[in-house]
Structure formats: C-alpha cells, structure tokens
Ligand binder design. Sequence first.
Ligand code: BTN
Length: 264
Amino acid sequence: MNERRMPSPPANPVDATSWESAAASFPDPFRLIVRDRCTSTNDELRRLGEDGAPHGLVLVAHEQTGGRGRRGAPWHSVPGESLVVSILLRPAEPVALWPRLSLAAGLAVADAANDFGIRALIKWPNDIWIGRRKAAGILVEAAAGFAIVGIGININSSGFPGELADTATSMKLELGAETSLAAWLGAVVGYLAARHVQIGSGFPVLLDAVRDRCALTGRRVILDSAAGRLTGTVTGIADDGALVLDTDHGKRNVIQASEVRLLD
Ligand code: BTN
C-alpha cells in the first residue's frame, strides 16, 4: 500500500528567519543568539557573560523550562506564545545605579507596546501592566562587571493556568489578534538600547517617561519595605527613582519593596 507520509515537523521549531530579521534591526552593538530550549535565559546568558560575552548580547529562547521571576518565583511561559529574552549589558555607570535598569527595561517594553497600539503601564519597579493585569515581567540581575536584563512578555497567550488566570493578560487578549514575537523582540531591544544609557546623567528624562506611565500614582497600596510594612497612597516617583508613599505617619520614600499590592 502506498502510504501518504505526513511532513515531519521541523527539528528546530524556532523560526530562524523571523528572529534573524528582528536581529537585523538591532542597533550596534546588539546582536542575537537563539536557543531552542534552555532552563532560564538569564542563567544561560550569565554563563556566557562570565566567559566574557560582550555588551549587547541578546539571548532569546523558544522554550524556557526553568524560567525565574522575582523572589525565586517560577515564570510561566509557553513556546510560541511568550517572548523570553535576556540582554547582557556592561553599563558604563556605577554598579549602584544598575537597579535603574529595571525601570529602563520596563519603559522599553511599554514603548514597544505603544508601537503595537497598546497603552502599557509600569507597576513600579518592574512589572508591566495593561489595565490591572500583568502582561510582562522584568528580572535584572547583576554579576561581576555586567548585568543581565531578563524580560518575559505574554504575547500570544489566549489564557493562563491557575491563579494567573485572574491576574495575567497577554498582548493577544488586549489586541484581539496575534503579533509576531520577533517583531516584539526587535522593538524591545531597540528601545532598551536607547533607554539603558539613561540610568546616569539622563535619569531625569527616563524618570519623566516612567512617571507618565506609572500604574501606581494615586493608588492606595500595601508593601513590605526595609522599614517594615507600609500602607499608603502613592504620590509619585522621587528623583532617585524611589516610590513616594503618603502614609498615616507621613511621607515615605521606598527604594526597594516586596510585591506592591493595590488596596483599591
Ligand atoms: C517577574 O515578574 O517576577 C520577573 C519575570 C522575569 C521573567 C524573564 S523570562 C526571561 C528571563 N529568564 C528568566 O528566567 N526570567 C526572565
């Protein structure tokens, strides 16, 4: 009998052509490497950084099997639906300023979303919200001489498992249409290239853009800071990037905090 053979699936499901066209739009010296699968793009890129990989190396993975979020939480991603990418930076600015890269990366995602017609907000310090749902997360990790900026964006997800179902959203759910992961990659890297240099003397410009997109200003929140648990209304972002909170005990500037939860 003459059996009809189904075409076999490609050995590597990464669409190399479209990643390459995104990479072609990267400004110098940004360049791309693609992994079909890795545990965490942040961990993989950190290893490359320790071996001397240069400033601007971008690592994207089709599948991430052990993606990490802040405070060691797992990061949910689905091949073909989620953009998982890490970018190695060797900033000229002092290490003390590198935490500002979270804001730069958040803005890069929000700027990219704007190109797709989506108004995304920054939930200080490093979540991207659309409305009151999280569409992307950022994990900046410092190592000796370099920083890894890890970015996860829900792009073509139609739904989310477990408790994420109530808190997460995707670009597809917001737009009502799928968009190209590679096109997002090109946009995010382009904007990050412009924003990451603003963590030093350009910080006032970066802050103005963050203030314009701050999801928390005017909202009542609760958070755990170095000074303990604080409840209050966010009045804005200070000149050093701290969240300014109006509490029952006066104004507090919060530089670092656990999850900031909305109370209203
Ligand atoms: C968070 O919101 O808690 C941060 C999520 C960061 C996820 C990204 S996906 C690419 C990179 N690799 C990781 O393991 N984490 C980051």
